[in-house]
Design a protein around this ligand. Structure first.
Ligand SMILES: *Cc1c(COP(=O)(O)O)cnc(C)c1O
Length: 486
Protein backbone atom coordinates (compact mmCIF):
# COMPACT_ATOMS: atom_id res chain seq x y z
CA UNK A 1 0.00 0.00 0.00
CA UNK A 2 1.31 3.42 -0.91
CA UNK A 3 0.83 6.04 1.74
CA UNK A 4 -1.40 9.06 1.44
CA UNK A 5 0.46 12.33 1.49
CA UNK A 6 -1.55 15.61 1.60
CA UNK A 7 0.88 17.08 -0.94
CA UNK A 8 -0.41 14.59 -3.55
CA UNK A 9 -3.55 15.96 -5.15
CA UNK A 10 -6.13 14.08 -7.21
CA UNK A 11 -9.50 14.81 -8.77
CA UNK A 12 -11.23 12.03 -6.87
CA UNK A 13 -13.90 13.03 -4.34
CA UNK A 14 -12.52 14.26 -1.02
CA UNK A 15 -15.47 12.64 0.69
CA UNK A 16 -16.56 9.45 -1.03
CA UNK A 17 -19.71 9.03 1.07
CA UNK A 18 -20.96 12.48 0.11
CA UNK A 19 -20.13 11.88 -3.52
CA UNK A 20 -21.85 8.50 -3.47
CA UNK A 21 -25.08 10.02 -2.23
CA UNK A 22 -24.89 12.75 -4.90
CA UNK A 23 -24.17 10.12 -7.56
CA UNK A 24 -27.18 8.07 -6.49
CA UNK A 25 -29.37 11.16 -6.73
CA UNK A 26 -27.96 11.84 -10.21
CA UNK A 27 -28.93 8.36 -11.38
CA UNK A 28 -32.40 8.75 -9.87
CA UNK A 29 -32.88 12.14 -11.56
CA UNK A 30 -31.76 10.67 -14.85
CA UNK A 31 -34.17 7.75 -14.67
CA UNK A 32 -37.05 9.94 -13.44
CA UNK A 33 -36.64 12.22 -16.41
CA UNK A 34 -36.51 9.46 -18.98
CA UNK A 35 -39.44 7.70 -17.36
CA UNK A 36 -41.51 10.89 -17.40
CA UNK A 37 -40.43 12.09 -20.83
CA UNK A 38 -43.91 11.56 -22.35
CA UNK A 39 -45.30 14.26 -20.05
CA UNK A 40 -42.69 16.79 -21.13
CA UNK A 41 -42.91 18.94 -24.26
CA UNK A 42 -41.44 17.15 -27.29
CA UNK A 43 -39.26 20.23 -27.72
CA UNK A 44 -38.87 23.59 -26.03
CA UNK A 45 -36.60 26.52 -26.58
CA UNK A 46 -33.70 27.04 -24.18
CA UNK A 47 -34.88 29.98 -22.03
CA UNK A 48 -32.56 32.98 -21.84
CA UNK A 49 -32.20 32.45 -18.08
CA UNK A 50 -30.76 29.01 -18.75
CA UNK A 51 -28.50 30.30 -21.51
CA UNK A 52 -27.16 32.88 -19.09
CA UNK A 53 -26.28 30.20 -16.56
CA UNK A 54 -24.54 28.13 -19.26
CA UNK A 55 -22.52 31.04 -20.60
CA UNK A 56 -20.30 31.66 -17.60
CA UNK A 57 -16.98 33.33 -17.18
CA UNK A 58 -14.01 31.00 -17.30
CA UNK A 59 -14.47 29.33 -13.91
CA UNK A 60 -11.04 29.55 -12.29
CA UNK A 61 -12.35 28.60 -8.86
CA UNK A 62 -14.85 25.75 -8.92
CA UNK A 63 -18.27 25.76 -7.25
CA UNK A 64 -18.08 22.15 -6.11
CA UNK A 65 -20.02 19.10 -7.30
CA UNK A 66 -23.33 19.86 -5.61
CA UNK A 67 -23.71 23.38 -6.96
CA UNK A 68 -22.41 22.47 -10.42
CA UNK A 69 -24.91 19.63 -10.57
CA UNK A 70 -27.82 21.90 -9.58
CA UNK A 71 -26.86 24.32 -12.37
CA UNK A 72 -26.77 21.44 -14.83
CA UNK A 73 -30.05 20.02 -13.63
CA UNK A 74 -31.95 23.28 -13.94
CA UNK A 75 -30.40 24.80 -17.03
CA UNK A 76 -29.10 22.03 -19.26
CA UNK A 77 -30.82 18.75 -18.48
CA UNK A 78 -34.39 19.69 -19.60
CA UNK A 79 -33.47 21.25 -22.95
CA UNK A 80 -32.77 18.69 -25.67
CA UNK A 81 -33.71 18.57 -29.33
CA UNK A 82 -36.33 16.10 -28.20
CA UNK A 83 -35.38 12.81 -29.83
CA UNK A 84 -36.11 10.85 -26.64
CA UNK A 85 -39.73 11.94 -26.75
CA UNK A 86 -42.42 9.57 -28.09
CA UNK A 87 -43.56 12.23 -30.56
CA UNK A 88 -40.16 13.05 -32.03
CA UNK A 89 -40.00 11.94 -35.67
CA UNK A 90 -37.61 14.47 -37.17
CA UNK A 91 -34.71 13.77 -39.53
CA UNK A 92 -33.45 10.28 -38.56
CA UNK A 93 -32.47 10.10 -34.90
CA UNK A 94 -32.45 7.29 -32.38
CA UNK A 95 -34.25 7.45 -29.07
CA UNK A 96 -31.67 5.86 -26.76
CA UNK A 97 -32.51 3.42 -23.97
CA UNK A 98 -32.04 3.53 -20.20
CA UNK A 99 -29.91 0.37 -20.27
CA UNK A 100 -27.59 1.86 -22.87
CA UNK A 101 -27.26 5.00 -20.74
CA UNK A 102 -26.02 2.81 -17.92
CA UNK A 103 -23.58 1.18 -20.34
CA UNK A 104 -22.30 4.64 -21.28
CA UNK A 105 -21.73 5.40 -17.62
CA UNK A 106 -19.72 2.21 -17.18
CA UNK A 107 -17.84 2.78 -20.44
CA UNK A 108 -16.67 6.08 -19.07
CA UNK A 109 -15.93 4.68 -15.60
CA UNK A 110 -13.85 1.86 -17.10
CA UNK A 111 -12.42 4.44 -19.51
CA UNK A 112 -10.55 1.90 -21.63
CA UNK A 113 -8.41 3.12 -24.53
CA UNK A 114 -10.12 1.34 -27.40
CA UNK A 115 -7.37 1.43 -29.99
CA UNK A 116 -6.94 -2.15 -28.79
CA UNK A 117 -4.67 -3.52 -26.02
CA UNK A 118 -5.12 -6.79 -24.15
CA UNK A 119 -8.34 -5.93 -22.32
CA UNK A 120 -11.97 -6.99 -22.35
CA UNK A 121 -13.13 -4.05 -24.48
CA UNK A 122 -11.07 -5.38 -27.41
CA UNK A 123 -12.93 -8.67 -27.31
CA UNK A 124 -16.27 -6.93 -26.84
CA UNK A 125 -15.78 -4.80 -29.97
CA UNK A 126 -14.51 -7.75 -32.02
CA UNK A 127 -17.60 -9.68 -30.94
CA UNK A 128 -20.01 -6.85 -31.69
CA UNK A 129 -18.50 -6.34 -35.14
CA UNK A 130 -18.79 -10.06 -35.74
CA UNK A 131 -22.49 -10.00 -34.83
CA UNK A 132 -23.00 -7.06 -37.17
CA UNK A 133 -21.35 -8.99 -40.01
CA UNK A 134 -23.83 -11.80 -39.40
CA UNK A 135 -26.81 -9.45 -39.36
CA UNK A 136 -25.71 -7.78 -42.60
CA UNK A 137 -24.67 -10.97 -44.35
CA UNK A 138 -20.97 -10.15 -44.57
CA UNK A 139 -18.40 -12.97 -44.47
CA UNK A 140 -16.69 -13.55 -41.14
CA UNK A 141 -13.26 -12.83 -42.70
CA UNK A 142 -14.36 -9.30 -43.61
CA UNK A 143 -13.16 -6.33 -41.59
CA UNK A 144 -15.13 -3.86 -39.55
CA UNK A 145 -14.94 -1.23 -36.85
CA UNK A 146 -17.27 0.93 -34.78
CA UNK A 147 -17.12 4.63 -35.50
CA UNK A 148 -18.96 7.72 -34.34
CA UNK A 149 -21.66 7.87 -37.01
CA UNK A 150 -22.84 7.12 -40.52
CA UNK A 151 -20.84 9.99 -41.99
CA UNK A 152 -17.63 8.57 -40.57
CA UNK A 153 -18.55 4.98 -41.53
CA UNK A 154 -19.22 6.01 -45.12
CA UNK A 155 -16.07 8.12 -45.19
CA UNK A 156 -13.99 5.09 -44.19
CA UNK A 157 -15.66 3.00 -46.91
CA UNK A 158 -14.97 5.61 -49.55
CA UNK A 159 -11.36 6.03 -48.39
CA UNK A 160 -10.82 2.28 -48.78
CA UNK A 161 -12.47 2.43 -52.22
CA UNK A 162 -10.25 5.29 -53.36
CA UNK A 163 -6.99 3.70 -52.28
CA UNK A 164 -7.97 0.29 -53.63
CA UNK A 165 -9.19 1.42 -57.04
CA UNK A 166 -7.21 4.59 -57.86
CA UNK A 167 -4.72 2.61 -59.94
CA UNK A 168 -1.72 4.23 -58.26
CA UNK A 169 -0.22 4.46 -54.77
CA UNK A 170 -2.45 7.09 -53.14
CA UNK A 171 -0.75 6.69 -49.75
CA UNK A 172 2.63 7.79 -51.14
CA UNK A 173 1.73 9.99 -54.03
CA UNK A 174 -1.52 11.58 -52.91
CA UNK A 175 -3.89 13.08 -55.42
CA UNK A 176 -1.58 15.84 -56.53
CA UNK A 177 -0.10 13.38 -58.96
CA UNK A 178 -0.61 15.38 -62.14
CA UNK A 179 -0.42 12.46 -64.57
CA UNK A 180 -3.11 10.35 -62.92
CA UNK A 181 -6.62 10.56 -64.40
CA UNK A 182 -9.24 12.32 -62.34
CA UNK A 183 -11.12 9.94 -60.03
CA UNK A 184 -14.92 10.06 -60.01
CA UNK A 185 -17.63 8.17 -58.15
CA UNK A 186 -21.38 7.81 -58.40
CA UNK A 187 -24.53 7.69 -56.37
CA UNK A 188 -28.11 8.79 -56.85
CA UNK A 189 -29.08 12.44 -56.62
CA UNK A 190 -30.74 11.43 -53.31
CA UNK A 191 -27.38 10.45 -51.79
CA UNK A 192 -26.85 11.99 -48.35
CA UNK A 193 -24.54 15.01 -48.06
CA UNK A 194 -21.74 12.96 -46.49
CA UNK A 195 -20.61 12.03 -50.02
CA UNK A 196 -19.67 15.58 -50.93
CA UNK A 197 -17.98 16.15 -47.60
CA UNK A 198 -15.99 12.94 -48.03
CA UNK A 199 -15.12 13.81 -51.63
CA UNK A 200 -13.62 17.06 -50.42
CA UNK A 201 -11.79 15.55 -47.45
CA UNK A 202 -10.41 12.70 -49.54
CA UNK A 203 -8.89 15.25 -51.91
CA UNK A 204 -11.19 14.28 -54.76
CA UNK A 205 -13.11 17.55 -54.85
CA UNK A 206 -16.84 17.50 -54.33
CA UNK A 207 -17.41 17.62 -58.11
CA UNK A 208 -15.87 14.11 -58.23
CA UNK A 209 -19.23 12.94 -56.92
CA UNK A 210 -21.45 12.41 -59.94
CA UNK A 211 -25.13 12.47 -58.92
CA UNK A 212 -27.28 10.17 -61.08
CA UNK A 213 -31.00 10.96 -61.56
CA UNK A 214 -33.62 8.92 -59.72
CA UNK A 215 -36.82 7.30 -60.96
CA UNK A 216 -40.30 8.22 -59.70
CA UNK A 217 -39.67 6.13 -56.56
CA UNK A 218 -36.47 8.06 -55.83
CA UNK A 219 -34.20 5.11 -56.73
CA UNK A 220 -31.05 5.48 -58.80
CA UNK A 221 -31.62 5.00 -62.55
CA UNK A 222 -29.25 2.17 -63.31
CA UNK A 223 -29.35 2.76 -67.08
CA UNK A 224 -28.31 6.39 -66.52
CA UNK A 225 -25.54 5.23 -64.24
CA UNK A 226 -24.13 2.89 -66.91
CA UNK A 227 -24.35 5.60 -69.54
CA UNK A 228 -22.58 8.18 -67.35
CA UNK A 229 -19.80 5.73 -66.52
CA UNK A 230 -19.18 5.16 -70.25
CA UNK A 231 -19.24 8.88 -70.99
CA UNK A 232 -16.84 9.60 -68.14
CA UNK A 233 -14.42 6.94 -69.32
CA UNK A 234 -14.52 8.55 -72.79
CA UNK A 235 -13.67 11.89 -71.23
CA UNK A 236 -10.57 10.32 -69.70
CA UNK A 237 -11.93 10.25 -66.15
CA UNK A 238 -11.42 7.26 -63.87
CA UNK A 239 -14.58 5.92 -62.22
CA UNK A 240 -13.73 4.06 -59.02
CA UNK A 241 -16.86 3.58 -56.91
CA UNK A 242 -20.65 3.42 -56.92
CA UNK A 243 -22.68 4.26 -53.81
CA UNK A 244 -26.05 2.67 -53.22
CA UNK A 245 -28.35 3.96 -50.49
CA UNK A 246 -30.56 1.88 -48.20
CA UNK A 247 -33.08 4.37 -46.92
CA UNK A 248 -32.62 7.81 -48.47
CA UNK A 249 -33.05 10.76 -46.15
CA UNK A 250 -35.95 12.24 -48.08
CA UNK A 251 -38.23 9.27 -48.64
CA UNK A 252 -36.61 6.10 -47.28
CA UNK A 253 -36.06 4.72 -50.80
CA UNK A 254 -33.75 1.80 -51.37
CA UNK A 255 -31.65 1.41 -54.51
CA UNK A 256 -31.58 -1.87 -56.44
CA UNK A 257 -28.43 -3.35 -54.91
CA UNK A 258 -28.27 -6.44 -57.08
CA UNK A 259 -28.37 -4.26 -60.19
CA UNK A 260 -25.69 -1.94 -58.75
CA UNK A 261 -23.51 -4.89 -57.72
CA UNK A 262 -23.75 -6.23 -61.29
CA UNK A 263 -22.68 -2.86 -62.71
CA UNK A 264 -19.75 -2.70 -60.30
CA UNK A 265 -18.73 -6.23 -61.17
CA UNK A 266 -18.74 -5.66 -64.92
CA UNK A 267 -17.13 -2.20 -64.66
CA UNK A 268 -14.60 -3.22 -62.01
CA UNK A 269 -15.79 -0.57 -59.54
CA UNK A 270 -15.95 -0.61 -55.75
CA UNK A 271 -19.50 -0.98 -54.44
CA UNK A 272 -20.23 0.97 -51.27
CA UNK A 273 -23.62 1.04 -49.57
CA UNK A 274 -24.79 3.82 -47.28
CA UNK A 275 -27.14 1.85 -45.07
CA UNK A 276 -27.34 4.50 -42.34
CA UNK A 277 -30.75 3.39 -41.13
CA UNK A 278 -32.21 1.37 -44.01
CA UNK A 279 -29.70 -1.48 -43.65
CA UNK A 280 -31.72 -2.55 -40.61
CA UNK A 281 -34.49 -3.67 -42.96
CA UNK A 282 -32.35 -6.84 -42.95
CA UNK A 283 -34.02 -7.62 -39.61
CA UNK A 284 -37.56 -7.21 -40.91
CA UNK A 285 -39.19 -10.35 -42.27
CA UNK A 286 -41.60 -8.20 -44.26
CA UNK A 287 -39.00 -5.82 -45.73
CA UNK A 288 -35.79 -7.83 -45.90
CA UNK A 289 -36.21 -8.42 -49.64
CA UNK A 290 -35.88 -4.68 -50.23
CA UNK A 291 -32.22 -4.79 -49.26
CA UNK A 292 -31.35 -7.91 -51.22
CA UNK A 293 -27.82 -7.58 -52.53
CA UNK A 294 -26.59 -5.59 -49.52
CA UNK A 295 -24.30 -8.53 -48.77
CA UNK A 296 -22.61 -8.03 -52.16
CA UNK A 297 -21.20 -4.62 -51.23
CA UNK A 298 -17.44 -4.10 -50.88
CA UNK A 299 -18.19 -1.83 -47.96
CA UNK A 300 -21.25 -0.94 -45.94
CA UNK A 301 -21.71 1.92 -43.48
CA UNK A 302 -24.65 1.99 -41.06
CA UNK A 303 -25.68 3.58 -37.80
CA UNK A 304 -26.63 1.96 -34.54
CA UNK A 305 -27.70 5.31 -33.10
CA UNK A 306 -30.63 5.67 -35.50
CA UNK A 307 -32.69 2.57 -36.14
CA UNK A 308 -30.61 0.58 -33.65
CA UNK A 309 -32.15 2.81 -30.92
CA UNK A 310 -28.85 3.28 -29.09
CA UNK A 311 -27.73 6.65 -27.74
CA UNK A 312 -25.27 8.73 -29.77
CA UNK A 313 -22.69 7.99 -31.00
CA UNK A 314 -22.20 4.62 -32.61
CA UNK A 315 -22.08 3.35 -36.17
CA UNK A 316 -20.25 0.59 -37.99
CA UNK A 317 -18.38 0.16 -41.25
CA UNK A 318 -17.82 -3.28 -42.72
CA UNK A 319 -15.26 -3.83 -45.48
CA UNK A 320 -15.11 -7.11 -47.39
CA UNK A 321 -11.36 -6.98 -48.07
CA UNK A 322 -9.45 -6.51 -44.78
CA UNK A 323 -6.33 -5.31 -46.59
CA UNK A 324 -8.25 -2.66 -48.47
CA UNK A 325 -9.79 -1.49 -45.20
CA UNK A 326 -6.38 -0.89 -43.63
CA UNK A 327 -4.66 0.65 -46.62
CA UNK A 328 -5.68 4.30 -46.01
CA UNK A 329 -5.04 4.19 -42.25
CA UNK A 330 -2.00 2.01 -41.50
CA UNK A 331 0.90 3.63 -39.78
CA UNK A 332 3.84 2.30 -37.84
CA UNK A 333 5.48 3.89 -34.84
CA UNK A 334 8.23 2.82 -32.50
CA UNK A 335 5.88 3.61 -29.61
CA UNK A 336 3.64 0.74 -30.71
CA UNK A 337 6.02 -2.22 -30.94
CA UNK A 338 4.76 -5.69 -31.82
CA UNK A 339 4.97 -7.72 -28.62
CA UNK A 340 3.48 -11.02 -27.51
CA UNK A 341 3.28 -10.32 -23.76
CA UNK A 342 1.86 -7.66 -21.46
CA UNK A 343 -0.72 -4.95 -21.97
CA UNK A 344 0.07 -4.44 -25.65
CA UNK A 345 -0.07 -8.18 -26.39
CA UNK A 346 -3.23 -7.85 -28.52
CA UNK A 347 -1.73 -4.92 -30.40
CA UNK A 348 -3.85 -2.00 -31.54
CA UNK A 349 -6.21 -3.76 -33.95
CA UNK A 350 -8.62 -0.83 -34.29
CA UNK A 351 -6.06 1.91 -34.97
CA UNK A 352 -5.53 1.07 -38.67
CA UNK A 353 -9.26 0.81 -39.40
CA UNK A 354 -10.19 4.46 -39.24
CA UNK A 355 -9.07 7.99 -38.50
CA UNK A 356 -9.21 7.88 -34.72
CA UNK A 357 -6.51 6.47 -32.47
CA UNK A 358 -7.90 7.03 -28.98
CA UNK A 359 -11.44 5.68 -29.05
CA UNK A 360 -14.09 5.25 -26.39
CA UNK A 361 -15.89 2.04 -25.47
CA UNK A 362 -18.87 2.39 -27.83
CA UNK A 363 -19.09 -1.36 -28.16
CA UNK A 364 -20.29 -1.81 -24.57
CA UNK A 365 -23.73 -0.28 -25.10
CA UNK A 366 -24.22 -2.54 -28.12
CA UNK A 367 -23.01 -5.69 -26.37
CA UNK A 368 -25.01 -5.08 -23.18
CA UNK A 369 -28.20 -4.16 -25.05
CA UNK A 370 -28.05 -7.09 -27.43
CA UNK A 371 -27.20 -9.62 -24.75
CA UNK A 372 -29.97 -8.27 -22.55
CA UNK A 373 -32.72 -7.71 -25.10
CA UNK A 374 -31.77 -10.13 -27.81
CA UNK A 375 -31.91 -9.36 -31.50
CA UNK A 376 -35.53 -10.56 -31.44
CA UNK A 377 -36.54 -7.47 -29.45
CA UNK A 378 -34.72 -5.28 -31.95
CA UNK A 379 -36.57 -7.00 -34.80
CA UNK A 380 -39.86 -6.48 -33.00
CA UNK A 381 -39.20 -2.75 -32.64
CA UNK A 382 -38.19 -2.38 -36.27
CA UNK A 383 -41.33 -4.20 -37.41
CA UNK A 384 -43.36 -1.95 -35.12
CA UNK A 385 -41.92 1.22 -36.69
CA UNK A 386 -42.77 -0.14 -40.15
CA UNK A 387 -46.30 -1.04 -38.98
CA UNK A 388 -46.66 2.44 -37.47
CA UNK A 389 -45.70 4.00 -40.81
CA UNK A 390 -48.39 1.86 -42.49
CA UNK A 391 -50.87 2.89 -39.81
CA UNK A 392 -50.17 6.61 -40.26
CA UNK A 393 -50.43 6.11 -44.01
CA UNK A 394 -53.94 4.72 -43.54
CA UNK A 395 -54.88 7.64 -41.27
CA UNK A 396 -53.67 10.08 -43.93
CA UNK A 397 -55.48 8.24 -46.71
CA UNK A 398 -58.75 8.29 -44.80
CA UNK A 399 -58.64 12.04 -44.19
CA UNK A 400 -59.51 14.07 -47.31
CA UNK A 401 -57.63 17.07 -45.87
CA UNK A 402 -54.34 15.17 -45.69
CA UNK A 403 -52.19 14.08 -48.59
CA UNK A 404 -49.46 11.46 -48.85
CA UNK A 405 -46.53 12.56 -51.00
CA UNK A 406 -44.33 9.52 -51.38
CA UNK A 407 -44.55 5.76 -51.24
CA UNK A 408 -44.15 4.39 -47.72
CA UNK A 409 -41.32 1.93 -48.29
CA UNK A 410 -40.00 1.49 -44.77
CA UNK A 411 -40.43 3.89 -41.89
CA UNK A 412 -40.39 7.30 -43.57
CA UNK A 413 -43.64 9.03 -44.37
CA UNK A 414 -44.14 12.37 -46.13
CA UNK A 415 -47.49 14.12 -45.81
CA UNK A 416 -49.07 17.54 -45.98
CA UNK A 417 -52.26 19.38 -45.20
CA UNK A 418 -54.13 19.86 -48.48
CA UNK A 419 -57.84 20.66 -48.17
CA UNK A 420 -58.09 21.26 -51.94
CA UNK A 421 -58.44 24.47 -53.93
CA UNK A 422 -55.10 25.98 -52.84
CA UNK A 423 -52.08 26.49 -55.09
CA UNK A 424 -48.65 24.99 -54.46
CA UNK A 425 -47.14 28.19 -53.10
CA UNK A 426 -49.92 28.67 -50.56
CA UNK A 427 -49.80 25.00 -49.57
CA UNK A 428 -46.05 25.28 -49.01
CA UNK A 429 -46.52 28.33 -46.79
CA UNK A 430 -49.30 26.70 -44.79
CA UNK A 431 -47.43 23.46 -44.21
CA UNK A 432 -44.27 25.27 -43.11
CA UNK A 433 -46.40 27.20 -40.62
CA UNK A 434 -47.96 23.93 -39.40
CA UNK A 435 -44.48 22.47 -38.86
CA UNK A 436 -43.41 25.52 -36.82
CA UNK A 437 -46.56 25.31 -34.70
CA UNK A 438 -46.06 21.60 -34.02
CA UNK A 439 -42.52 22.27 -32.78
CA UNK A 440 -43.33 25.41 -30.82
CA UNK A 441 -46.36 23.94 -29.10
CA UNK A 442 -44.13 21.09 -27.93
CA UNK A 443 -46.60 18.58 -29.33
CA UNK A 444 -44.34 16.83 -31.81
CA UNK A 445 -41.14 17.19 -33.79
CA UNK A 446 -41.43 16.00 -37.37
CA UNK A 447 -39.03 17.50 -39.93
CA UNK A 448 -39.59 18.55 -43.51
CA UNK A 449 -38.34 18.21 -47.03
CA UNK A 450 -39.28 19.34 -50.52
CA UNK A 451 -40.48 16.70 -53.00
CA UNK A 452 -41.03 17.79 -56.61
CA UNK A 453 -41.61 21.35 -55.41
CA UNK A 454 -43.99 20.42 -52.59
CA UNK A 455 -43.03 21.28 -49.03
CA UNK A 456 -43.86 18.17 -47.00
CA UNK A 457 -43.95 17.24 -43.33
CA UNK A 458 -41.68 14.26 -43.05
CA UNK A 459 -41.56 11.64 -40.30
CA UNK A 460 -38.87 9.02 -39.84
CA UNK A 461 -40.12 6.45 -37.34
CA UNK A 462 -37.04 5.22 -35.51
CA UNK A 463 -38.60 5.84 -32.12
CA UNK A 464 -39.31 2.93 -29.79
CA UNK A 465 -41.55 5.02 -27.52
CA UNK A 466 -44.12 6.01 -30.14
CA UNK A 467 -47.66 4.67 -29.84
CA UNK A 468 -50.35 4.59 -32.52
CA UNK A 469 -52.29 7.22 -30.58
CA UNK A 470 -49.29 9.58 -30.86
CA UNK A 471 -49.41 9.30 -34.64
CA UNK A 472 -53.16 9.82 -34.75
CA UNK A 473 -52.75 12.89 -32.56
CA UNK A 474 -50.11 14.28 -34.91
CA UNK A 475 -52.37 13.80 -37.94
CA UNK A 476 -55.28 15.47 -36.11
CA UNK A 477 -53.10 18.40 -35.06
CA UNK A 478 -51.81 18.91 -38.61
CA UNK A 479 -55.41 19.25 -39.76
CA UNK A 480 -56.41 21.45 -36.82
CA UNK A 481 -53.51 23.88 -37.36
CA UNK A 482 -54.06 23.76 -41.12
CA UNK A 483 -57.74 24.72 -40.79
CA UNK A 484 -56.82 27.41 -38.31
CA UNK A 485 -54.25 28.95 -40.70
CA UNK A 486 -56.58 28.79 -43.71
C1 LIG B 1 -28.06 9.99 -40.99
C2 LIG B 1 -27.57 9.58 -42.32
C3 LIG B 1 -26.22 9.70 -42.64
C4 LIG B 1 -25.22 10.31 -41.69
O1 LIG B 1 -25.10 9.57 -40.52
P1 LIG B 1 -24.62 10.28 -39.17
O2 LIG B 1 -24.71 9.20 -38.16
O3 LIG B 1 -25.58 11.40 -38.92
O4 LIG B 1 -23.24 10.77 -39.39
C5 LIG B 1 -25.81 9.23 -43.87
N1 LIG B 1 -26.69 8.70 -44.74
C6 LIG B 1 -28.01 8.58 -44.48
C7 LIG B 1 -28.90 7.96 -45.48
C8 LIG B 1 -28.49 9.02 -43.24
O5 LIG B 1 -29.79 8.90 -42.96
Amino acid sequence: MSEEDPKDKSLDPKNWDEFRSLAHRMVDDMLDQVKGVRDEPAWQEVPSSARKEIQRELPMAGLGDEEAYQLFKENIFPYTNGNRHPRFYGWVQGTGTPLASMAEMFASAMNPHCAGFEQASTYVELQVVDWLKQVMGFPSESSGVLVSGGTMANFVGLAAARDDRAGFDVWNEGLQHSKAPRLVFYGSSETHGWAQKAANLLGLGSSAFRPIPVDSDFRIQVSQLKKTIQEDRHQGLKPFCVIGTAGTVNTGSIDDFDALADVCQSEDLWFHIDGAYGAWARLSDSRKHLVNGIERADSLGFDLHKWGYLPFEVACVLVRDPLAHRRPFSIEGSYIPKVDRGCLKSGLPFAPLGIELTRNFKALKVWLSWVSQGVDRLKEQIEQNIAHAEYLKSVVEEDPQLELLSEVVLNVICLRFNPGGLDQERLNEINLEILHRLHESGLAVPSSTVLHGSFVIRLALTNHRTRRADLKLLADEVVRHGRDIV
